[in-house]
Design a protein. Structure first.
Length: 368
């Protein structure tokens, strides 16, 4: 199993709740480029896609289960398609070149019209939207050859049930996330993430052909890293403080804040590796932390700040009502802008991006 860690895409020799994203927040993602770099896509398809699988494929089917919309998603699937075509040509299979079918998935509630109207006019593939949560089945059995997902698998399918029970040790009173919470809260998040990841892998195992590939880019924490070192998680603490301001300003109550929790979890590298190996449906072909430039990290920092509202607004609206929204995020923006909230040295905060390439095991039943 090849597990090259901390690779820089620039130096390569060949160089979002299950997939839920709010409309209108794609501009920042496109600018920052929260996706798997083309050099890595080229490398893994050249190295890991089985040649024997290619002879009988038509169409070659790709599913994108990512969070960003707009040109970022289209560029990623274009990169995948071009890398597959190159694989055919390099192995003398030019006469076997297939047509390509692309599926773009997101929740039922999201605006697919925005996706459809932004398709590039010169695309060389057939395209369709596939609504539904990726924590369940989305596609027919053995119908996919390549699956891609960027910045979506840190969203939980739901808030852990223990956090909603006042009689439970994991009752997260005064907190909206697991940072700085008691051990039982952290464990509840970790258990829910394990359930979700297992559901995701079992669903994809039925949909991906034996020998098919799945490329994942997941916000994560390096092993032995405290969650408080994550800039993403730190922003939830600022949002928590802003919600407490809403209590003092009469927009909310202490009980409402106590019962609200953000369904986002950043796993460690070791944790993810263990969950995949325990599931047993896929082999880990490549696992590495992307070592991007400091400019990229700074851009991610800015992007995360901008995206807290579009990502969480509907969740907050359902829990607290619409009246709180504008005042809450005005307060949040003020807290983010405070000098004390901005790391003087970004190296003291972690914005981890873990790339994982999985191959569907041939010895595992697709009904497993």
């Amino acid at each position: 199993m090849g597990r090259e860690r901390s690779i820089s895409p620039e130096s390569s020799p060949t160089g979002s709740r299950g997939n839920s994203c709010s409309k209108g927040h794609h501009t920042c993602f496109e600018r920052v480029g929260l996706h798997i770099p083309k050099a890595i896509i080229d490398d893994v398809i050249a190295d890991k896609l089985d040649v024997e699988l290619l002879r009988s494929l038509n169409p070659f089917t790709i599913a994108d289960l990512s969070c960003p919309v707009g040109s970022t998603r289209f560029q990623v699937v274009k990169n995948i398609m071009e890398a597959v075509e190159l694989k055919y040509l390099l192995h003398g299979l030019g006469s076997y070149l297939p047509e390509f079918q692309m599926y773009f998935s997101d929740h039922f509630s999201n605006d697919f019209n925005m996706l459809f109207t932004s398709f590039p006019p010169n695309k060389r593939y057939f395209a369709a939207g596939m609504p539904g949560s990726f924590y369940g089945r989305l596609f027919p059995k053995a119908s996919l050859h390549f699956v891609h997902s960027s910045y979506a698998l840190h969203f939980l399918s739901r808030v852990p049930t223990e956090l909603e029970d006042e009689t439970c040790l994991a009752w997260n009173k005064g907190r909206i996330h697991y940072t700085s919470s008691q051990r039982e809260v952290v464990e509840a998040y970790s258990v829910q993430y394990a359930k979700d990841m297992d559901s995701f892998l079992h669903a994809r195992a039925q949909e991906i052909v034996c020998g098919g590939l799945m490329a994942l880019l997941i916000p994560s924490l390096p092993d032995e890293t405290n969650p408080s070192q994550s800039r993403l998680i730190e922003l939830f603490e600022l949002l928590e403080s802003s919600l407490k301001d809403m209590i003092n300003m009469g927009f909310s109550s202490e009980a409402e804040v106590d019962s609200f929790n953000v369904p986002v979890y950043q796993p460690s590298t070791q944790e993810l590796e263990g969950l995949i190996e325990r599931n047993g449906c896929f082999s880990i072909e490549r696992l590495e932390t992307l070592d991007r430039s400091m400019d990229h990290i700074i851009d991610i920092e800015k992007c995360i700040n901008l995206q807290i509202r579009p990502i969480l607004e509907e969740l907050i609206r359902r829990h607290f009502g619409s009246e709180i929204i504008d005042t809450l995020f005005d307060q949040f923006d003020k807290r983010v802008a405070e000098p004390s909230s901005i790391p003087s040295d970004l190296s003291c905060k972690t914005i981890g991006e873990l790339f994982i390439l999985l191959k569907r095991n041939s010895y595992q039943s697709e009904d497993s």
